[in-house]
Design a protein around this ligand. Structure first.
Ligand code: BGC
Length: 744
């Protein structure tokens, strides 16, 4: 009996059956009794890969390692291999893009759950929530027929100006590693391959396709690579995306050191390396330096570097067939490991209430309370009669912006909608836009709604009048995803609030001192108004449930527990790359002269006061830390466990992120003043005390020694510092490491 396996049904639905009809004649029949080994899901993946590889022709092998449309690779119908679908990432499943252009495909079934931006996830400091976000996105990806999801983005925030900081998880390698591991495990639990990006050193958008990054070996290993290593080794990420930029003179998608030596040889990565879209540049380099799948190159698909040109070099014997087999093997391994050819592959779910809940929880836990004088927050609807909501971001839809990470959200609750829903009928909510953000698409609607265009002065006057008439003002401004702000492919030009918001805020707070400032986007300078306003919330891009999450924080249904995943400098020139004049580089090269001193490592070591420090975030309650003990560990991997108690000393339940930093007293090499090596988020009822344990392994004490090509935890004295932020350290204890340990 001949049967057509289930994936052929998928193929039928994806491809035109008329075109298929002649090809089907060549499909081998796979009777249940003599099924081809590669189709037997009970066999080990490697056995199946060997078998499948042996059945492929040279041309079929080539077809597996390059694109056949913007986001797919070709099917091989005779072997039942369906088209492979890749999709952005990382905040949900992107809308479908036309096969050969960047325009939307115009589908009506590609609305998805829009999660908050990566930096908001980073601010939750909750890896378990990272898992749930990854899992939800994985389920949506399956429901939308995707195989590889292009995320998470784990590049380190080196400069506040990088246009893609919002997609990433912050400035610290340990935090970023922990958060991405949770996300990847969750996503890959759904028979999807995550694709961690952009490997590596893609820390600015300026000249991103050509800029050459020079960084010393220690900073490379200690700051820029750990999240990728954790993604591969701890989470088992199946795919890695090469970055656009160059590193030590070689493009990252064709970089022998990064791809062959570090990723594959040292870290033992068994999955595939995909180019960033148009990140490949040369056939021989791609062929030999570790790229396994070429996407997005701006030419005919058959002319991709890893298509016709590679085929020719293989046929002429100039490049070895073994190199091709290795690439194909990696692609097949990912395909089989994610059950692409198996009947029991997870089928996913889309736009469920459960996914929307995850989106809301990430936003609720990621919003950071930066200031709250006289406990102006949470708002009490019983005592407030009128709220003036002011600011363009109160009504702006943000999910569908920022370029490749944009999501066609199933819906999006704006901040104003969230506040209106939550405030209830007893409170009058007024709205004034305050300033006009001249995004062409939005402007015409606004002007039509308003009846006539208003000048900036008129808009500000109306906002001031609204502020005066209200009991409390909720100002919702900040940045947006327009090009030149938080948007892929261009950096910001400065760290200032756009659209003259600084001046507007001064007028509003003068009109009504009870002004709560809510900022969307990434970090901005706040110097000119910060000391005048009683409360500030950093809301990032909080996703499609963002308005509800924000309202729940404002009204105290949720006690804020987010902590900054990056230092907020007072001014741009305080931050390391700018203080040293190492941004955006000269003559096509940017040298990371600050080395290890990225983010708080710089501010702490150089004693520069930030606006808000790394790890900072207030709560509506207070926490007391006590009883730090260092307990020697009995396991082989762990060296010591820090144990301490935290008590909720306030009147409401809340969550605290306890942070552990390690300081080495007399290091033989330069080390940052302190480094995050552990954290734990715990929920405490009023009056409740919990004991927290944070284990530390060898790596927690180690620096990278290029001479030894390994991690050295040197014998000596250390200080273990525990606190509520990097600059609010509540407990300290000395620790002596008796013996130097070197590890790979
Ligand atoms: C971005 C990637 C993205 C890819 C596909 C590139 O421009 O850098 O992050 O995954 O496009 O959209």
């Amino acid at each position: 009996m001949t049967f057509y396996p289930f994936f052929m049904q998928k193929y039928f639905s994806l491809a035109c059956s008329i075109a298929l009809a002649p090809m089907l004649l060549t499909v081998p029949s796979f009777g249940a009794e003599n099924q081809a080994p590669y189709l037997d899901s009970k066999l080990p993946v490697e056995t199946r890969v060997d078998d499948l590889l042996s059945r492929l022709t040279l041309e079929e092998k080539i077809s597996i390692i390059h694109a056949d449309s913007k986001f797919t690779t070709a099917a091989i119908p005779r072997l039942g291999i369906p088209r492979r679908w890749l999709s952005d990432g990382p905040h949900g499943v992107r809308e479908d893009i036309g096969p050969d252009t960047w325009n939307p495909a115009g589908h009506t079934d590609d609305f998805s759950t829009a999660m908050p931006a990566g930096i908001c996830l980073g601010a939750t400091w909750n890896p378990e929530l990272g898992f749930r976000e990854g899992e939800a996105i994985g389920q949506e990806a399956r429901a939308r027929g995707k195989d590889i999801m292009l995320g998470p983005g784990v590049n380190i925030l080196r400069t506040p100006l990088c246009g893609r900081n919002f997609e990433y998880l912050g400035e610290d390698p340990f935090l970023t590693s922990q958060m991405c591991v949770g996300y990847i495990r969750g996503e890959q639990s759904q028979d999807i391959s995550s694709c961690v990006k952009h490997f590596a050193l893609n820390n600015q958008e300026f000249e991103r396709g050509s800029i050459n990054v020079e960084v010393d070996e220690r900073a490379l290993r200690e700051i820029y690579l750990p999240a990728f290593q954790a993604a591969v080794q701890d989470a088992g990420a199946w795919s890695v995306m090469g970055a656009y930029n160059k590193f030590r003179g070689q493009h990252c998608c064709e970089n022998d050191l990064l791809l062959n030596k570090i990723l594959k040889d040292e870290w033992g990565f068994k999955g595939l390396v995909v180019s960033d879209w148009s990140g490949a540049h040369d056939t021989r380099e791609c062929a030999t330096n570790g790229l396994d799948l070429e996407m997005g190159t701006d030419r005919e698909y058959n002319d991709f570097y890893l298509a016709g040109p590679y085929l020719n070099l293989l046929k002429s014997g100039e490049l070895p067939l073994a190199g091709l087999d290795e690439k194909v093997r990696r692609n097949l391994r990912v395909m089989l490991a994610t059950h692409v050819l198996d009947s029991g592959r997870k089928s996913g779910s889309l736009n469920t209430a459960a996914h929307q809940t995850v989106a809301r929880q990430v936003a609720e836990e990621g919003i950071v309370l930066l200031k709250n004088e006289n406990s102006i927050l949470p708002l009490d609807p019983k005592t407030i009669k009128t709220i003036a909501v002011i600011g363009e971001n109160a009504t702006r839809l943000q999910a569908h912006g920022g370029q490749s990470s944009e999501i066609k959200a199933f819906y999006e609750i704006t901040p104003l909608a969230g506040i209106l829903n939550r405030a209830g009928r007893s409170v009058t909510v007024t709205y004034a836009i305050g300033y006009d953000a001249p995004a062409a698409s939005q402007r015409s609607t606004r002007q039509r709604d308003a009846g006539a265009p208003f000048s900036a002065v008129e808009l500000a006057d109306r906002a001031v009048a609204a502020a005066k008439a209200a009991d409390v003002v909720i100002y919702i401004g900040g940045l947006n995803h327009d090009l030149g702000q938080d948007c892929e492919s261009r950096d910001r030009k400065d760290m200032k609030l756009p659209y003259d918001q600084d001046a507007l805020l001064q007028k509003i707070v003068a009109a009504n001192p009870r002004t709560v400032v809510v900022l969307e986007g990434t970090m901005v300078e706040m110097d000119s108004w910060l000391d005048k306003v009683p409360a500030v919330l950093q809301a990032w891009y909080p996703g499609m449930e963002g308005g509800n999450a924000l309202a729940r924080v404002l009204f105290g249904d949720v006690n804020p527990s987010g902590k900054l995943p990056a230092t907020f400098p007072k001014k741009l020139s305080d931050s390391p790359a700018h203080a040293l004049g190492n941004y955006p580089g000269t003559n096509g090269t940017v040298t990371y002269a600050e080395g290890l001193l990225v983010g708080y490592r710089w501010f702490d070591t150089k004693n520069i006061e930030p606006q808000f420090p790394f790890g900072f975030g207030l709560s509506y309650t207070t926490f007391e830390y006590s009883n730090l003990k260092l307990v020697p560990a009995d396991g082989t991997n762990e060296i010591v466990t820090a144990q301490f108690e935290i008590k909720n000393t306030g009147k409401v339940a809340g969550a605290e992120v306890a942070q552990l930093y390690v300081h080495e007293n007399n290091s033989s090499v330069m080390r940052p003043e302190k480094e995050l090596k552990g954290f734990k988020k715990i929920v405490l009822q009023p009056g409740e005390t919990q004991t927290v344990s944070i284990p530390l392994n060898q790596r927690a004490f180690a620096f990278y020694d290029p001479a030894k090509a390994g991690w050295v935890a040197e014998a000596g004295d250390y200080q273990i510092q525990i606190g509520s932020s990097s600059r609010d350290l509540r407990l300290k204890e000395s620790f002596h490491l008796g013996q130097t340990v070197v590890a790979k």
